[in-house]
Design a protein around this ligand. Structure first.
Ligand code: 5GP
Ligand code: ZN
Length: 113
């Protein structure tokens, strides 16, 4: 999708702080971090949200989650995290390229929830 911000990040047209990449998925830091280390994990192929997610893409995407959470655990020294996927405008989705939010939690007053 030519006008999609996250497709542009995948293509390198927009810079991002990458934390993980393979042929199918990309993880990068959210530009406006809810908490320190807030990371987005996306399929490289454009899918809108959870209502437009082929099983094969879901498997590739979710199979990477342990890699990312382990890296976050070690690097950020965290043991608490929220995995969120806003799907649809009424659910708070603003960028319509499917993404999982991985939000480290540090306790009361960390800015989320
Ligand atoms: P949504 O509300 O769609 O679930 O979340 C979209 C997320 O994308 C937001 O947390 C927002 O900060 C992030 N975001 C929007 N534009 C950019 C960008 O250009 N770069 C990065 N790294 N994150 C972005
Ligand atoms: Zn896209």
């Amino acid at each position: 999708m030519s006008d999609c911000i996250f497709c542009k990040i995948v293509n390198g047209e927009i810079p991002s702080s990458k934390v993980y990449e393979d042929e199918n998925v990309l993880a990068f830091l959210d530009i406006s971090q809810i908490t320190e280390g807030h990371t987005l994990l996306i399929p490289k192929k454009h899918n809108k949200n959870l209502f437009d997610l082929p099983k094969e893409t879901a498997e590739k995407l979710f199979s990477v989650v342990p890699k990312i959470t382990n890296a976050m655990k070690n690097q950020l020294n965290i043991e608490n995290l929220n995995l969120v996927c806003n799907s649809g405008e009424k659910a708070g989705q603003e960028v319509f390229h499917l993404h999982l939010h991985l939000i480290p939690r540090y306790g009361k007053g960390d800015g989320y929830g």
